[in-house]
Design a protein around this ligand. Structure first.
Ligand SMILES: [Zn+2]
Length: 91
């Protein structure tokens, strides 16, 4: 899976725009927060504790990590690294 050619954080609309070679994908920050793949979030989902995601949560910062992107959220959560393939599947 190749990295996207562009990543844009559209904070005003609460969306992340991902430019792939063949498509533009737009994912809401709320969706991204709810789909956080870090071990902590996955464990809480397994326990059935679907932790409520605030609908005003925003992506504050984007850190590209080679195989994916680390998202820093406005609620202070920053553990999730979203591999490109996973990100693509969220669309
Ligand atoms: Zn997480």
């Amino acid at each position: 899976m190749n990295a996207p050619s562009g990543l844009r954080n559209v904070r005003g609309q609460g969306e992340l725009a991902v430019q792939w070679a063949d498509a533009l994908q737009v994912i809401s920050h709320v969706r991204l927060r709810g789909a956080c793949p870090c071990s902590q979030c996955r464990a809480s989902k397994l326990r059935g504790g679907i932790s409520a995601v605030r609908d005003d949560v925003r992506v504050e910062r984007i850190e590209v990590q080679g195989y994916g992107v680390q998202l820093v959220f406005s609620d202070g959560h920053e553990r999730g690294i979203y591999p490109w393939q996973y990100l693509r599947e969220l669309g």
